[in-house]
Unconditional design. Sequence first.
Lengths: 462, 466
Amino acid sequence: MIFHVAKKEIKETFRSGQFKWMFGIVAILSLVAVFISHKHWQEKNLQREQAQEHARELWLAQGATNPHNAAHYGTYAFKPQFPLSLIDPGVEKYTGISIFLEAHSRNEADNVAAADQTGLSRFGDLTPDFILLFIVPLMIIALGHHSITREKEQGTIRIIKTQGISNGQLVWGKWFGNYIPIALLTTFLFILAAVFIQDFNWKFLATMWLVYLVYFAIINAITLVVSSLTSNSGISLVMLLTIWIVSCLAVPKIASSYTNEKYPYPTRQEFESAVAEDKKQGIDGHDPWSEASKKLEQETLKTYQVNRLEDLPFNFDAFRMQKGEEHDAEIYFKHNEKLREVYQAQSKVYKNLAFLSPFLPTRFMSMSLANTDYATHWNFADLAEKHRVEMQRILNDNFAENSKLGEWNYRADASLLSEVPDFQFDAPKFNEVMSSNQSNLLILTVWLLFSFGLLFFVSTRI
Amino acid sequence: MLSLNILHETRLLSRNYWFISLSMMLLALCLYAGHNGMKHFERRQLDLQAAIENQVAKEQVVQEVALALSKGEEHPSSFRLSPTNVAIATGRLATMPATEMSKLGIGQSDLYAHQLKITSREDLATMSFNELTNPVQLLFGNFDLVFVITYLVPLIIIAFSYNLRSQELESGRLKLLASSPIRTNLWLLQRFIIRCCSLTAILTVALIVTALWIGVALSSQLLVFFLITYAYLAFWFAISYLVNILGSSSARNSISLLSFWIVIVLILPAVINQAANSIYPTPSRVSLLNEIRETKKELSEAQDQVLDEYLRNHPELIRNEGENAFGYWQGYFASQEIMEKTLAPLVDAYDQQLEKQQKWIDAWRYLSPAVLFQDGATQLAGTSSKNYNEFKGYVKSFSLNWRAHFMPFVFDNKMLDLDDLDNIPEFEYRSSIGASGIWINISVLLILSVLMALRGLGLEGKRQLL
């Protein structure tokens, strides 16, 4: 019976002019979104690959040079563009993509794309995730808001019931009838994106596809719940749109405003001042006269049981430089950990508020699977810092071991530069992504069970 | 007919629980959005205050050293008066204070920094204007008054008016009305105008209560904000009026109006923005990074020639102290200027593309009244892209002046004294963005509303009453 109802619904849907228009518009928007996203993705990918290669070439082209000069010359770490960012660019537009790795300073990621765009970009971009997260739910509402109310308004519900169908069978038949065209459209969009992306990990893509199917299943169930509870299609539509606006637009914005008020980030100026203040308290690699440097000098002389710095078996200038570097790294670590605490507190609020709307867990899981979420950006920044610290250690050690005190014109062999490894940032593994998204998965499952439970409940009340 | 209509509508509205509850909801939404705007404003002010205090403390230290030296005393930190120390370590703070109107629309203010330390070491090509923010917040946006009016108020209008004619048509009363000696479309227009005035009054009360609560003083800008809000409201009532006349059933009207909402508020802004980015793509910033490094390297390898070239361009800085009079910093600043000149075409390309994107959006914004409203409202709030581009321009220009001011001291190897400290350039940002663009937006919204109303009236007797 469910099958018959679903078949009739699908047939009716495909026959309706309204559906043809809607489907046509959404299909065209999807094609345009995938095509444009692919074009931009390819351009950006090429730019980043070339920039990464060029940065390495420039680094190696320094030739024989003083290791500390090389440390100041520095290099760049570029965040790679992951394949599924074509479907969901996530927060990429708002995070920087390159970090300058140099001596004494941990730099923040820069080159924020949103800063090179107009204010209109805050309305959103025409990308596949925009269609999946905002437009497809609207399509589900437009198709399903009158599924049951129409039968009530036209009086056909009594005729249907005389056929021996139970309320449950009718509602589930309607659910499938409304869901199958949407599932087909979603699958079409993912296949289209997969054809364009080509090189991707199917596990991530398939999971993302499933997450969206679950999201649409929830919206479809809520749509039918409202349609079953109301007796007028207009009221059903207004109610469903209110739910859509609250879930997809209002709740994320409220969550954002609330989080910002409760756990604000320091301003960049505040953050940099605090770091600079702390840095002053310790060893500055370039300042041999400071109290901290003098203390280090005395301690080193005592450890090596010599009276003069010249008698040390290494270049004390470079040794002090390394100690200064370690001190700076500790300070940056401390302040970034504070920042991380704020970020984690904010993330916790977002996770808690995700119960308010199925949009939020879907949004977070989608970004996470596309490796375009904020957590991936933090991993990138952490790895870049680790790379910077290691780079400084290699350079300072070489300087200390191969030169004498005051020998600032020392030049290390060009081979030293290749000892510093090329920066490499890989996407997290599938299991890591899934385990970091346990709460989102749980919330999405709760939403699915809740909406289905509600649908079972209302099916007894038609 | 008008007075009867007013009486009838007022009675209907006062007995309509939806209207009363939606009005209460509107007030609650405005208050909550206003609260968010106020908190954002307060935080901006506190951050600004903290940054200013921090800067004043730094400048105070330099002043104290200068004062001691001017009295002929010795000071262990006399190095603080070196031009490089004042120009780089002390620097100047460039600030963009928040206006009271920014409580109404957060706009781009969560993306950009409002206090930047200007130092002579900063390269224009790599200057960053971004604030430290959780990007998820930027992605979701803020729940402010501009959001409430742009997105939510049109839906309230739709809910209030989608069935004003179709309800009469469906119940058969419209035929009865048509048999009376009145023009039904004029009668309908009057109902729409009465409803529009009622909602305008409620929104005005809600906005005034919010403005009083969050502390936005009455100003010409606030009045213009009210005007653009009214014009936006008028547009949505007008489109609903036309749909009512053309539509044959309440269900169809609601679908049509909501489709318009989706297209105007969601799809068109995204399409216009995407088109702007595709037609005028911003050049690659990542490629620029390597260009900068390469140029810097070349200049550092040819330091002597760089200094010679720089002095040829700045003969006023030449001193008769022999070739070796100039050291690291002179070479550094000379390289910096030459590097900026070399990279200027590349750096300017970004600003030019952004300008072209803005022009494209300015030209196509008329397609979406939501964009017209948002553009005007954020400009009034001082948080639009235009405001931030203007601020960036001020900062870049001040940065050049700041550096130029210290060059004679650097090349003279001269320490600064108390008088020199008094003559250091001050940063001042004054927005000169006029309201002409906003008046155009208001006019377009009103013209569209009037045209739709006239079209509706022109269809009198041309629609079936079945």
